[in-house]
Unconditional design. Structure first.
Lengths: 232, 495
């Protein structure tokens, strides 16, 4: 589904990302781990054509993200609060995203029903704009919006950070359900090794922009990763 | 106290504005200096009887009486209402200090006392001082009495200072005051009723009777005490320091549906204008621009037809020059989001063009009857300016937007005027060709073929622009695509 070829990103001589070859198959749930500055967000930004890589190219479903915009119709993402429109109410924001993805208001309402638990009564029907929601609630809005309209590729940067334990558990369930759907590729990054190993079936460990480990998840994966980060 | 001053010092010299935006700071200081000298000049002119001369009112030969009779109006207009727009509550940036080992009282007093030296207050004192020095002559005035009158005025000034800090949370009071003020001014202007004698009687008393200085002193002490009490009771993270939250309401924008695909975006832009103070102020300002042509009405003999044409260009294009000049910066907070959604970049830009056209069309519709009232000469001019703005200037603004790259913090507390970035030098520079081009064309054609043909030539270029919309937008989008990455990273920067 996603092909990464010879991608590098260099900021004034400092290379922050260097991946020669990485393929992510359709239907995979892909976990990206690494310390601060490992290049996780940079990689995701390059996938979404938000930064211009110094060399190399990204193909989503065979479409070069830099030369065509067609990948946008089946790709969605939530990277940070810049994916929210602060002056909208959550409903208005969902409807907006829905409209862009050819979902009617009714379809969006229907879709949102499954997230009642996650929203915990604090998001919908309130009298607040997104800018006045708590950080955690803002994140919930952004993540749910990224799921509207049956996207085939979903990119979530640090989805578990800033969320309360209950929400984290619910979100993990949601991601697991997603990954069971045929043809849905989910990319998740996290600092939290346990969270990310729990939801992913493949883990890539980045370190200073390089792929250090690329492993299929087994029972031992979490332990392996912990040992790796421990020795540093 | 010393530590607090040190903190202020650091916050000034280490602010990001000092590093990158020195030009804005210099501009600010230049305008301060300008206002400083203007104030001295104004006070001098007023003091030496210039105002009476200009007004040609023989009965107000004494400038001191004139000032006193206008004092009531000045105090409300300038000191209370004017200050409301120009001055922010000083308490807001005090949040981090709350946790430190500084007494709550001390923080409050410090931030209140800081306002004593605000530019606004100092300039008012300067005016009164220069004015008093100019009018003073031993034969006419008693020095001690004049000094005491000055003292009283300073005290009244500071009453308004602290009153305003107190009022800053209450928009309605200021609106009511503003309305009263407008009525008072209108009554006076149309010579229905003048408050001047009352004002003169009140303020002249402070000169006649030194002991009356006690009154403003007591009121000031009381106001100061009240403000301190107010903040003491409200100076907690969860109450006084929290930003005001506007209650969200669903709005019905279905009328926009007729614009098809574009309505999705137009709806958001309408909501932006409705809900963000910054955007609202800018949009309202563009409405004021409609009246800009009035300035040049009747000056044709003096300045020529071209200046009037210039005025009409602004009248119909105000929205483009103010609001659209900051497109796509209005979306800066969620630009990456927009770039990842299921929309073609060109459609997104097109929606912004529609927004601009909307503004031009509305302004032209409002301006047509206003200026058309003065004859078909004006009707044609307004119409052709509207067409030119629609068909040429809208594109130029949009094209320049690709380079603007100014991040706008929609959630900031600052007033639109308080933020130096509201005035972007690049966007101002761009209005030059936007103005010069049609003006030169109009001037050249109308000199030889007369006004009507001049207007038609400018208007038809506008129509051409509208016809070739898709072609022009496709050219513009190329620039946007090249600039995309640096725009995203510029919007990411925190300032």
């Amino acid at each position: 589904m996603i092909k990464i070829r010879n991608i590098t990103k260099t900021y004034s001589k400092e290379t922050v990302l260097k991946i020669d070859y990485l393929d992510i198959n359709s239907g995979q749930t892909f976990g990206l781990v690494g310390n601060n500055g490992a290049g996780k967000t940079t990689l995701f930004s390059a996938l979404l054509d938000l930064i211009k890589p110094t060399t190399g190219e990204v193909l989503i479903n065979g479409i070069n993200v830099r030369t065509s915009e067609d990948w946008k119709s089946f790709t969605s993402a939530f990277l940070d609060e810049s994916f929210l429109i602060s002056y909208l109410m959550p409903e208005e924001y969902f409807y907006f995203v829905g409209e862009l993805r050819n979902f009617s208001k009714k379809q969006v309402d229907e879709f949102l029903k499954q997230f009642e638990d996650l929203f915990n009564g604090e998001i919908l029907g309130g009298k607040k704009f997104i800018r006045d929601l708590s950080k955690g609630n803002q994140k919930k809005v952004g993540i749910v919006a990224a799921l509207i309209g049956d996207p085939e590729v979903i990119i979530l940067d640090e989805p578990f950070a800033n969320l309360d334990p209950t929400t984290q558990i619910r979100l993990k369930k949601i991601i697991k359900t997603l990954s069971q759907k045929v043809g849905v590729t989910v990319l998740v990054s996290s600092h939290d090794l346990q969270d990310v190993t729990e939801v992913s079936d493949r883990i890539v460990l980045l370190e200073k922009g390089l792929v250090i480990k690329d492993i299929k998840k087994t029972k031992k994966t979490l332990q392996d990763l912990e040992t790796y980060f421990n020795k540093e | 106290m010393i530590q607090l001053i040190k903190l202020e010092y650091k916050s000034f010299f280490r602010s990001a504005t000092l590093g990158g935006k020195i030009a804005a700071k210099i501009f600010m200081w230049l305008s301060y200096i300008y206002i400083f000298f203007m104030t001295i000049g104004l006070a001098f002119v007023h003091g030496s009887g210039g105002a009476a001369f200009i007004k040609q009112e023989a009965d107000v030969e004494n400038p001191f009486l004139l000032l006193n009779s206008n004092m009531l109006f000045y105090i409300f207009a300038f000191w209370v209402v004017g200050r409301y727009f120009g001055q922010a509550t000083p308490i807001i940036n005090m949040k981090p200090l709350l946790l430190l080992r500084i007494k709550r009282d001390k923080i409050i007093r410090f931030s209140l006392n800081k306002t004593i030296f605000s530019f606004f207050n100092l300039i008012s004192i300067l005016y009164l001082l220069v004015f008093s020095l100019t009018i003073y002559s031993p034969e006419k005035f008693d020095l001690t009495q004049l000094i005491f009158w000055n003292l009283s005025m300073y005290l009244i000034l500071y009453i308004t200072n602290f009153l305003n800090i107190y009022l800053n949370k209450k928009d309605r009071v200021v609106i009511v005051l503003g309305v009263i003020l407008a009525i008072v001014y209108a009554l006076d202007f149309f010579q229905i009723f003048s408050f001047n004698p009352i004002s003169e009687w009140i303020f002249y008393m402070f000169y006649e009777d030194k002991i009356l200085v006690i009154i403003p002193l007591i009121i000031l002490a009381f106001t100061y005490y009240r403000v301190i009490q107010f903040f003491k009771n409200n100076f907690f993270i969860d109450t006084g320091l929290r930003k005001k939250v506007m209650e969200a309401k669903q709005d019905n924008l279905d009328f926009l549906n007729r614009f098809g695909d574009m309505s999705t975006f137009l709806r958001n832009d309408f909501r932006l204008i409705k809900r963000s103070k910054r955007a609202r102020t800018t949009a309202l300002m563009s409405l004021l621009f409609i009246l800009y042509g009035l300035i040049f009405l009747g000056t044709q003999d003096l300045l020529g037809d071209t200046m009037l044409f210039f005025g009409y260009l602004f009248s119909t294009g105000g929205f483009i020059f103010t609001f659209c000049a900051l497109v796509p910066s209005w979306d800066s907070q969620h630009y990456p989001f927009m770039m990842c959604q299921n929309i073609k970049y060109v459609d997104y830009i097109k929606s912004k063009w529609y927004l601009g056209s909307f503004g031009v069309i509305i302004a032209t519709i409002i301006a047509l009857p206003i200026y058309g009232f003065f004859g078909s000469y004006h009707l044609i001019a307004v119409l052709s300016c509207g067409l030119f703005n629609l068909g040429v200037n809208s594109y130029l603004t949009l094209w320049a937007g690709a380079f603007t790259k100014v991040k706008i913090d929609l959630n900031s507390f600052k007033n639109a005027m308080g933020n130096s970035k509201a005035f972007n030098s690049k966007t101002l520079l761009l209005t030059l060709p936007q103005m010069v081009l049609p003006l030169v064309l109009y001037w050249a054609v109308s000199t030889f073929f007369g006004h009507t043909i001049g207007c038609v030539s400018v208007g038809s270029i506008g129509i051409l622009g509208i016809l070739f919309k898709d072609l022009v937008l496709n050219i513009i989008i190329k620039t946007y695509k090249i600039e995309k990455y640096s725009t995203i990273s510029a919007y990411k920067e925190t300032n």
